[in-house]
Design a protein around this ligand. Sequence first.
Ligand SMILES: *[C@@H]1O[C@H](CO)[C@@H](O)[C@H](O)[C@H]1NC(C)=O
Ligand SMILES: *[C@@H]1O[C@H](CO)[C@@H](O)[C@H](O)[C@H]1NC(C)=O
Ligand SMILES: *[C@@H]1O[C@H](CO)[C@@H](O)[C@H](O)[C@H]1NC(C)=O
Ligand SMILES: *[C@@H]1O[C@H](CO)[C@@H](O)[C@H](O)[C@H]1NC(C)=O
Length: 324
Amino acid sequence: MVAFMRRRTAVALLSITGLLVLALSNPAGEWWTALQQPYQSEDLIKCACDKCIPEGDDWFMAHLNQTIHPFLTPQSNLSAKDFLWWKKLQGDGNDLAAFKRVVDKVFKLFPDGKGFMDSGSQRCRSCSVVGNSGNLLASHNGALIDFSDFVFRMNGAPTKGYEKHVGKKTTFHIMYPESAVDLTDNRTHLMLVPFKTLDLQWLISAFTNGSIKFTYRPVKAKIHANKDLVRILNPQFIKYVYEVWLRNSGGYPSTGFLGLMLAIHICDEVNVFGFGADQNGNWRHYWEELKDKRLRTGLHSGTEEYRLIQKLAAKGIINFFPGH
Ligand SMILES: *[C@@H]1O[C@H](CO)[C@@H](O)[C@H](O)[C@H]1NC(C)=O
Ligand SMILES: *[C@@H]1O[C@H](CO)[C@@H](O)[C@H](O)[C@H]1NC(C)=O
Ligand SMILES: *[C@@H]1O[C@H](CO)[C@@H](O)[C@H](O)[C@H]1NC(C)=O
Ligand SMILES: *[C@@H]1O[C@H](CO)[C@@H](O)[C@H](O)[C@H]1NC(C)=O
């Protein structure tokens, strides 16, 4: 009961802060429209939060596919068609049989990728997805972020020195070999986004003899992280996000967008921070000075991803904190 009360109070606090942020960032009054949206009480109870990711929106439900498991498991059995799409992302020369042999090796070393798919009327899992945008600075969202059950971060994302704005808790740290960093917290899940078979081989190597030091560029030979918490994003899930959500725009989805989509599939409530440009229109990391103003979002369709985030927010599927 006490825990229950704390949850309710906290959710209320979160909502109030959210509204305040919305009101401050949006003096034109869209927050008022948001306030007036009816509470969808006619839905079946999908989760134990005050408000669950709604299943009432037609557009959202037409895109959402919960049969595609976000995590790679020993049972994933990637189809030839999905593999062919995935292997082109970074010009992988391996065939499906070779890929499957590596997957078998991976699951001899790491856990089976199950878990987190336990949604139901008893679960209220709040999540914060923290992008790396410079718009996080001066946001003072650290406490709000750490209050979530799960916090998702990507690539280089440091917390030390930025706690006030980005928080310090990390449940999933999403990375690929070329962006990998050591994880200092033994409770953080290293979440690998594989873009080629070599990335899975690197994962094995990084936790064993460190023999892989180069992919298309030098990579960390060894990684410091809890081996028992490693998870791998399912290539089929990457393809689904690209084709269904991004409608094939850009080369392939960014790590940040994949993290957001993962959260939508395994959480009941999703808060999103640190996406998009900063107030000067620059796409830069919160921990770096901008070196090259022409640098935008590279291979990824930053505008399409940002447009989708705004749409998900407008429909109340995520709580979006746009920053400054
Ligand atoms: C979900 O994805 C699977 C695998 O690609 C596909 O067979 C199925 O038709 C999809 N379901 C919906 C509702 O789109
Ligand atoms: C994997 O899928 C293929 C068809 O795509 C099927 O022939 C094969 O039996 C499946 N293997 C397992 C282990 O489920
Ligand atoms: C980290 O957690 C694992 C269990 O997942 C445990 O075996 C190991 O001793 C822990 N390491 C440290 C440094 O706490
Ligand atoms: C590292 O281990 C792999 C097997 O996992 C082996 O093929 C490779 O030769 C080893 N490399 C070194 C330098 O020991």
